[in-house]
Design a protein. Structure first.
Length: 553
């Protein structure tokens, strides 16, 4: 018995299963085609092939289809074990709910007994979460699907030297899609569950929860618990480094331009999603990217477009072309506008697919922090320079505005607030991350801007979206320091209190105050006041004042 087999027997009780450990991606590709079976249609059987090859075979991507009930993270089925020692530390919310410890232990035992009785193969990948050995966590991933192991191989660092006391830090994910929970017996809300166990350092995934992102975001949630306890900041953001060695980090929810704006040919990418800011600078928690594919513009995203044809990558839930087998299809022929399975089509590829990345996915302390929002109400300034108090307020607010839906005639924007620009993954209270952000910004003299990539001249349906040309010019000006207080004069917004620069290179000065772009000034004032009140309501409902955050609106 190998050491990891003995450890898994002691930790979980796994015994009598066949392990396929640390396979290379070529082998995993073939294993997935041969053995990954499950449901891929709502009315389909549970023994359908889930993994497929394209015309390129093993020299191209693997295509994987999740259970149709799980084409994204199962947020209503995500829990943490409410052990007494962490019950007051974890941030409980609708997408991170309490799970009874005794029910969890019984459920975990039944899932393991199911695997032992089944006696099938389990795929094991030994990786790390974090590229900096100072805080990196050994991550042992175990799943019934080879595709999941291939995904983890893409997304996490391997063979990281210098990590101390690995056995005392290791986290284990046990992913068992073939075991369906019984809500009446197990205390789950459905037949599936994703449960984080901080005490035993285990993530248990059972039932129809085979969306690949579960195996990434579970560990991100864990790191958002671990890294702050070390006195450092974990972040849901992208990060890059300019030619002069200046680092920038960009926070933003979906649709705000986080990935697009960080992919700059004049700047080296640290990563596009998950990072830590420690005493030595910024480092990626991952070793890969998990990009959305729906409506991908291949000219605007050439790195992703090229990677679609590369070996070892994983395409998720992109449908086959009508009347054509996937085996006869070149990956570049796939219809990336087809959302018939889900709008959340995805693509996993290693960072090495990007020719312009920072060595070791690490960079210096950031000089600039960017909080991105896409304001579909059309009232926020295109750019605002934030004071430290405003940084904390807007960071915990995590605002963007989305369209209400796709029904004909429905154009009223809808506010979305997600604390720290990633509330579902923030294991501790928002004030923990806000305090760390403020401390590090003060220590390293980091500037911060609020960059609005949304609408001007009116709300969505009336106004126009701020041009990417102007957005990039505003961002570049901030990165150069052109918007610093000693370089430009400001006007304070009468409703939001934000400092708006009066000028910016390569940007028309008249658009910098959004009220100027509206024909009906009274309508603008009413819309701005309405959004301000939404901020205030969110602040009160979330209880941020009790957590030490000062209201600035």
């Amino acid at each position: 018995m190998t050491s990891f087999q003995a450890e898994l027997k002691e930790l979980l009780g796994l015994d009598g299963v066949q392990y396929r450990a640390n396979l290379d991606k070529v082998t995993l590709f073939h294993e997935a085609l041969a053995h990954d079976r499950g449901r891929i249609r709502p009315d389909g059987p549970d023994d359908q092939p889930k993994a497929y090859q394209t015309k390129l075979g093993v020299d191209g991507p693997l295509i994987f289809y999740t259970d149709p009930s799980c084409t994204g993270r199962p947020v209503q089925d995500t829990f943490a074990v409410a052990w007494p020692e962490v019950e007051d530390v974890l941030w409980w919310k609708k997408d991170f709910q309490k799970f009874d410890p005794q029910q969890y232990l019984a459920l975990r035992k039944r899932a393991v007994e199911h695997l032992n009785a089944k006696g099938g193969r389990l795929y094991v990948q030994e990786v790390y979460c974090g590229t900096d050995p100072y805080y990196a966590v050994p991550y042992r991933f175990i799943s019934e699907y080879a595709t999941h192991a291939m995904f983890v191989h893409n997304m996490f660092p391997k063979d990281l030297a210098g990590v101390q006391n690995e056995a005392d830090k290791r986290w284990t994910t046990l992913n068992v899609p073939s075991f369906h929970a019984d809500p009446a017996r197990d205390g789950t809300k459905s037949k599936r569950a994703v449960i984080v166990d901080v005490r035993d350092r285990v993530i248990l995934v059972v039932g129809r929860a085979d969306y690949c992102g579960v195996n990434k975001k579970g560990m991100f949630t864990v790191m958002n618990y671990i890294v702050p306890n070390l006195g450092h900041l974990s972040m849901h953001c992208s990060a890059n480094v300019g030619q002069d060695g200046d680092c920038a980090i960009l926070f933003g929810l979906s649709g705000t331009g986080k990935t697009t704006l960080s992919a700059d040919p004049d700047r080296k990418l640290i990563g596009d999603d998950e990072h830590a800011w420690t005493a030595s600078g910024v480092s990626n928690l991952e070793d890969g990217c998990y990009a959305k594919l729906i409506d991908l513009n291949k000219e605007a995203e050439p790195v992703i477009a090229a990677a679609l044809s590369m070996a070892g990558t994983v395409i998720e839930n992109v449908p086959a072309l009508p009347g054509k087998r996937l085996e006869d299809t070149d990956p570049q022929e796939l219809d990336l506008n087809d959302g018939s399975i889900t709008e959340n089509t995805r693509f996993s590829y290693p960072l090495t697919c990007n020719p312009n990345v920072m060595p070791d996915a690490m960079g210096p302390h950031p000089q600039t922090i960017v909080l991105l929002t896409a304001d579909a109400f059309g009232v926020l300034p295109p750019v605002s320079v934030l004071t430290p108090k405003e940084v904390m307020y807007h960071f915990v607010s995590g605002f963007t505005a989305k369209l209400a839906g796709t029904e004909v005639g429905v154009t009223e924007p809808k506010a979305a607030f997600s604390a720290c620009f990633g509330a579902p993954f923030m294991a501790q209270h928002p004030s923990v991350y806000a305090r760390l952000l403020a401390e590090k910004m003060q220590q390293h003299h980091t500037r911060c801007i609020l960059l609005n990539t949304g609408w001007g001249g009116g709300p969505y349906g009336v106004g126009k979206r701020i041009s990417i040309k102007h957005t990039r010019a505003l961002l570049n000006a901030a990165l150069r320091g052109d918007l610093d207080a000693d370089k430009v004069q400001y006007t304070r917004h009468p409703v939001f209190g934000l400092q708006m620069p009066n000028s910016c290179p390569d940007v028309p000065s008249e658009i910098l105050d959004p009220r100027n772009t509206w024909a009906d000034k009274a309508a603008y004032d009413a819309a701005a006041t309405k959004l301000r009140d939404m901020f205030r309501q969110n602040f009160e409902e979330k209880g941020f004042g009790k957590l030490g955050i000062e209201p600035v609106m």
